[in-house]
Write a protein that binds this ligand. Structure first.
Ligand code: G3P
Length: 221
């Protein structure tokens, strides 16, 4: 399973990129709004900052409701950073979003269908040609459903029918989500930087380092 970072914060993106675990970046209107910068400018900055990833998702804005409006926005987004091939157009899981997905896929543009909460939605998005489908597991857990089970079912479905869409497990809230979606067959987990930090840490690692440091002071040199 690969890691994408789920943020529009450049500092966090740089930190994750530096440690070499990053395969992509996902953003959404809420994440961009938190940054207080112009959307297109931030997308360009991100693309420049992480040249060696496979995908940077930029979402069409919530006021684009028709396929035509989504495609018009996508056509502007794909010009950013001299037509950067990593740009991935994130589209909502609606009938209009699917239509835009099919159109953009045929044009060779990468797509990420977002706000997926059922297996059937994932199946439709994959059939519309989505490069990535993004089930939101944390938000399902929030309403007492099982987000990881959804990811497992989508992974099984894609295996049975030999479908090439990659599953981005999104709305990942903690390290246990990461382990469980990896075991469930997600291709990618998109996570905030705080979760990457949590994944790396263990109290016994810290204790072990402290002990090595204390013992090393007594070593003959
Ligand atoms: O990738 C989707 C993600 O940003 C949503 O996460 O925590 O707002 O449900 P959350």
């Amino acid at each position: 399973m690969k890691f994408f970072i789920d943020t529009a914060n450049l500092v966090d993106i740089k930190k994750a990129y530096k440690i070499g675990v990053l395969s992509g970046v996902t953003t959404n209107p809420s994440l961009v709004a938190k940054e207080g910068v112009k959307f297109e400018d931030r997308v360009e900055e991100i693309l420049k900052e992480v040249p060696e990833v496979e995908s940077v998702s930029a979402e069409v804005t919530p006021d684009a409701l028709t396929a035509e409006e989504m495609i018009a926005q996508a056509n502007e987004l794909i010009k950013i950073n001299n037509g950067d091939k990593n740009i991935t157009i994130k589209l909502p899981m609606t009938l209009e979003g699917l239509e835009a997905c099919r159109y953009l896929t045929k044009k060779g543009v990468k797509t990420n269908v977002t706000l997926i909460f059922t297996v059937n939605q994932a199946l439709l998005a994959a059939r519309a040609g989505a490069t990535y489908v993004s089930p939101f597991l944390g938000r399902l857990d929030d309403i007492s459903e099982d987000g990881v089970l959804l990811v497992a079912k989508i992974a099984e479905l894609f295996r049975i029918h030999n479908m090439s869409a990659q599953i981005i497990a999104a709305s990942v809230r903690h390290p246990d989500h990461v382990t469980r979606v990896a075991m469930a067959g997600a291709h990618i987990a998109t996570v905030p930087f705080a979760v990457i930090e949590q994944l790396a840490k263990h109290p016994l690692t810290e204790q072990g380092m402290d002990k090595f440091a204390a013992d090393w002071k007594k070593a003959v040199r």
